[in-house]
Design a protein around this ligand. Sequence first.
Ligand code: DQA
Length: 139
Amino acid sequence: MKRIQVINGPNLNLLGKREPTVYGSRGFDDYLEELRRAFPEIQIDYFQSNCEGSLIDKIHEVGYNCDGIVLNAGAYTHTSIALRDAISAVTAPVIEVHISNVHKREEFRHHSFISAVCRGVICGFGLNSYRLAIEALTL
Ligand code: DQA
């Protein structure tokens, strides 16, 4: 069985309550159930943290033994060289995802420190960005 790790970064624990016009009104736990039902042949593990170091620790922990990582690094996307180095260090392919289309938003969201070391980037499809990322990992 394939094992894919979904990692959500800061403030994404507030999905459903946080800026619903940007991120929608659905909580991630509810969406995760749908995601697991959509890919019954894949073990989908989930981790969320608001702390940069904990996200890095999780990438180190799973990045040598899972089949892929779907990472929404939240605002750390635009700030964290440490997260980029963690992605470069591990062997599992990492897909960068964003719920919103960051390129339609403020300029500071247009630059990602992690895109260049990820397998690919999916953004702007709402929560379906995660589903598309898992599909990409199964190609
Ligand atoms: C986000 C976009 C980021 O710019 C923002 O800081 C987030 C969420 C997204 O999923 O659209 O926290 O990664």
